[in-house]
Design a protein around this ligand. Structure first.
Ligand code: SAM
Length: 233
């Protein structure tokens, strides 16, 4: 049965790939990759060669139709991104949607993604949360922050090291300096660290530092207003 497999790949540590992911990458006819050079390094490590094709946000509108016709002829295809799970702040959504529209089965393997270990490491409630990906830099940023200020559950953001401080300052401005948060840096890599504290403590920690590496910010949701002990409202 022709199928599109969505295959998560490590976000740092090369050991973080499942046995099934390796088997699927070996079995499929074509591996679609965001950056064939980066994925090439992983495939070399897994002794897989000769089936990489490029599929990224700049060509996905053009290549989607061709990929669907290739799958329809009986070839099996795996989609990977540079790191983590495709379609999570990465290309993939468009191809998945069009495959499903054309009656092609899609199967996403469980696997690496940066948001889940960052959330769990943060020590903030992990029972209900929202994944926001990258905050808009300009258009829509203010209204997004105003809207999230009222959100009662834990929030997860992806951010570049160059914009970390700016985002922490924006969160402090809109959510209040005393909101708890955690910054997870370089998950699964040698210099992995999670710094936890209030937003003002985190701003103090990162101010005047050169920040490097990949980053996830996790922020506590708005606490319910304290009820009056007398009236209960
Ligand atoms: N598809 C990926 C996933 O499933 O998490 C996300 C890809 S997105 C283009 C890249 C962002 O993910 C980085 O800017 C960073 O915010 C986060 N990220 C990826 N790897 C990470 C790591 N090892 N440590 C911390 N954050 C990471």
């Amino acid at each position: 049965m022709p199928k599109l497999y969505i295959v998560p790949t490590p976000i740092g540590n090369l050991e973080d790939i499942t046995l099934r992911a390796i088997r699927i990458l070996k079995e499929v006819d074509i591996i679609l990759a965001e950056d064939t050079r980066k994925t090439g390094i992983l495939l070399k490590h897994l002794n897989i060669s000769g089936k990489l094709q490029s599929h990224h946000q700049f060509n996905e509108h053009k290549t989607t139709e061709r990929i669907i016709s290739v799958i329809s002829t009986g070839q099996s295809i795996a989609l990977v991104s540079d790191a983590g799970t495709p379609a999570i702040s990465d290309p993939g959504y468009l191809l998945i949607r069009e495959c499903l529209k054309s009656g092609i089965k899609v199967e996403c393997l469980p696997g690496a993604t940066a948001s889940v270990p960052a959330l769990v490491n943060s020590g903030l409630p992990a029972d209900r949360f929202i994944f926001e990906g990258f905050l808009p830099h300009k258009k829509g940023r203010k209204s997004k922050l105003e809207q999230l200020a009222e959100f009662p559950y834990t929030m997860i953001f992806y951010e570049s090291p160059f914009r970390l401080l700016k985002s922490l300052e924006a969160f402090a401005e809109y959510f209040g300096e005393e909101r708890k948060a955690a910054v997870a840096r370089e998950l699964s890599k040698i210099y992995e660290e999670t710094i936890r504290g209030t937003l003002s403590e985190l701003i103090c920690h990162y101010k005047d530092k050169t920040i490097k590496g990949e980053i996830v910010i996790v922020v506590e949701g708005k606490k319910p207003e304290a009820r009056s002990p007398k009236t209960g409202v």
